[in-house]
Design a protein around this ligand. Structure first.
Ligand code: AMP
Length: 113
């Protein structure tokens, strides 16, 4: 495992980024390279490299991340129009940052797949 993930560096204020939500376990930022009009990242403070590394003890954390995503969708007024939640895992899944994060995408009609 590399020493620090880019998200850990943001959390530690070593890289500048606007933190739009934070609690004791989770923080959220806007994606630097948005794939939709609204593209937010919900990130656990605890470093877990991939979804493959999740443990039973992480159940509550993952549930909390989804609940935060739901609240942000409401705050950004895309709850009714619709949105997509995405977890990319490993190379074929398109994962580039090995510190799990939930993508919240919306604000426009998203491409079907
Ligand atoms: P993934 O490809 O699923 O691992 O997603 C990583 C995401 O992090 C990508 O959508 C990147 O655009 C985003 N990202 C990388 N560096 C930063 C940063 N400094 N601030 C905000 N988002 C970032």
């Amino acid at each position: 495992m590399e020493e620090k993930s880019i998200f850990q560096m943001i959390l530690d204020k070593e890289i500048e980024s606007e933190i739009i939500y934070e609690d004791d376990k989770i923080f959220c930022i806007k994606d630097i390279n948005p794939a939709a009009k609204i593209h937010l990242l919900i990130i656990p403070k605890k470093r877990i490299e991939t979804i493959n590394d999740l443990q039973e003890e992480d159940k509550d954390l993952i549930g909390s991340m989804v609940l935060v995503a739901k609240e942000l969708a409401k705050k950004y007024e895309i709850d009714e129009s619709g949105y997509r939640l995405v977890w990319n895992t490993n190379e074929d899944g398109g994962q580039t940052v090995y510190h799990i994060h939930l993508h919240l995408l919306g604000g426009q009609k998203l491409r079907e797949f």
